[in-house]
Ligand binder design. Structure first.
Ligand code: DP6
Length: 320
C-alpha cells in the first residue's frame, strides 16, 4: 500500500480551456500558488481483485473515467494487469471552499505510481496527474508553479518557479457558498471555448500574463501579483458571461466581497480577488494586512467564514 499527500493550489493565471480534450492539453500556460491548508491523502494498492475500487471518505464510489485513465496509464507503464484499491480522504477546513480535483489527482499520481513499483520523475508525475485533471499537474510542486501548455503529451507539464517562498504573501479563502458548483470546471471551460467570441482574446492575454506574473514573483511584489491575478480572473470569468448560453460562477456575495475589496484598496491596503469555477473568492494580500482586511470584511459581513492560507508544499509520499 502506498499513501501520498498533495495540497491544492490557486491559479494566479488560470487554465481555462482544452485544445485537446482527449490528451488534456490546455490552450494556455497557467501559473499557481500551492496552498498550505487543504490537502488530499490517497492510498493505492494493486491486488488481484476483479475490478478497480474507489473509496472516498469511507464510502464506496463509482470509478470515474478520469480516475480510470490515471490507473490505466500506471498499469501500462508498469506492464501490469492488476486492479487497484484507491482510498481517498480530503482534509478541508469546512471554511475553505476550495476545489479538490487538483490535490486529488496529484496525490493519486504519486500513490498509484509508487504502488505499481514505478519510479517516476516529478515531470512524469506532473504529466500523469494532468491526465486526471489539468490543475493537478501543478499540485506536484510547492510554492509558485508554472504549467507549460506544451504542444503534445510530453511537453505539457508543470515545474516550480520557486518552491520556497521567502516573502509574506497570504491568501484569504472566503466561503460564501458551500453548494455544489452548478457547472463543473471542465464543462464550463469547454462552453467558453466553443461559444464565447472572446475566447481567443482570453488565450492571448493569458499568455502575456504568464511573463508579467513571473516577473512580479521574481520581484516579490505582492501588490503586482494580486493586481495581475485579479485582472486575469475577471477575464476568465468574462468568457462565461459571453458564452452562448451565458452563465456565471459569481454569487451575489462574490460581487459584494469584490466591492469590499475595492473599498479596502482605497484605504491604502493591497488586497486583490481571484476565484475559480465557483463563487468562493480568494483574497491575495500581505500577511501583515490580514487582520485589518478581515476586520473590514467582518464589519459588513457578520460571521464571515474564511481560512487564512500561506504557500504550501509539493505532493509527497507518506509511506516508504
Ligand atoms: C478555474 O483542472 O478542474 O480552477 O482539467 O477539466 O479537470 P479539468 O479542469 P480543472 O480546471 C481548473 C480550472 C480553474 C483554473 C485553474 O485552476 O487553473
Amino acid at each position: 500500500m502506498s499513501l501520498a499527500r498533495a495540497y491544492t493550489n490557486i491559479a494566479l493565471v488560470k487554465y481555462w480551456g482544452k485544445r485537446d480534450v482527449a490528451q488534456m492539453l490546455p490552450y494556455n500556460s497557467s501559473l499557481s500558488l500551492t496552498l498550505d491548508k487543504f490537502y488530499t491523502e490517497t492510498s493505492v494498492e494493486f491486488t488481484d481483485q476483479a475490478e478497480d475500487q474507489f473509496i472516498f471518505e469511507g464510502q464506496q464510489q463509482p470509478v470515474s473515467a478520469k480516475l480510470m485513465r490515471v490507473l490505466d496509464d500506471v498499469r501500462q507503464l508498469a506492464g501490469s494487469q492488476q486492479k487497484a484499491q484507491v482510498k481517498s480522504h480530503n482534509h478541508v477546513p469546512t471554511s475553505a471552499g476550495l476545489a479538490s480535483s487538483a490535490s486529488a489527482f496529484a496525490a493519486l499520481a504519486v500513490a498509484a505510481s509508487h504502488a505499481a513499483g514505478l519510479e517516476l520523475s516529478r515531470r512524469e508525475l506532473s504529466i500523469l496527474a494532468r491526465h486526471g485533471s489539468g490543475s493537478a499537474s501543478r499540485s506536484l510542486y510547492g510554492g509558485f508553479v508554472l504549467w507549460h501548455a506544451g504542444t503534445d503529451d510530453q511537453s505539457s507539464f508543470a515545474e516550480p518557479l520557486s518552491e520556497q517562498v521567502d516573502f509574506p504573501i497570504a491568501v484569504i479563502a472566503v466561503l460564501v457558498n458551500q453548494q455544489q458548483k452548478s457547472i463543473l470546471s471542465g464543462a464550463g471551460m469547454q462552453a467558453a471555448v466553443t461559444s464565447s467570441p472572446y475566447y481567443s482574446a482570453w488565450v492571448k492575454t493569458a499568455e502575456a500574463d504568464i511573463s508579467r506574473m513571473s516577473a512580479a514573483i521574481a520581484d516579490q511584489d505582492i501588490a503586482q501579483i494580486g493586481k495581475l491575478a485579479e485582472t486575469n480572473a475577471m477575464r476568465m470569468h468574462a468568457t462565461t458571461l459571453s458564452a452562448n448560453p451565458p452563465f456565471t460562477y459569481f454569487a451575489p456575495e462574490t460581487l459584494q466581497i469584490w466591492e469590499l475589496v475595492r473599498q479596502i484598496r482605497t484605504k491604502g491596503l493591497n488586497c486583490y480577488l481571484t476565484l475559480d469555477a465557483g463563487p468562493n473568492p480568494k483574497l491575495i494580500c500581505h500577511m501583515q494586512d490580514v487582520s485589518k482586511i478581515v476586520e473590514i470584511l467582518n464589519a459588513e459581513i457578520p460571521n464571515l467564514t474564511y481560512t487564512l492560507c500561506q504557500p504550501g508544499p509539493g505532493a509527497k509520499l507518506m509511506t516508504q
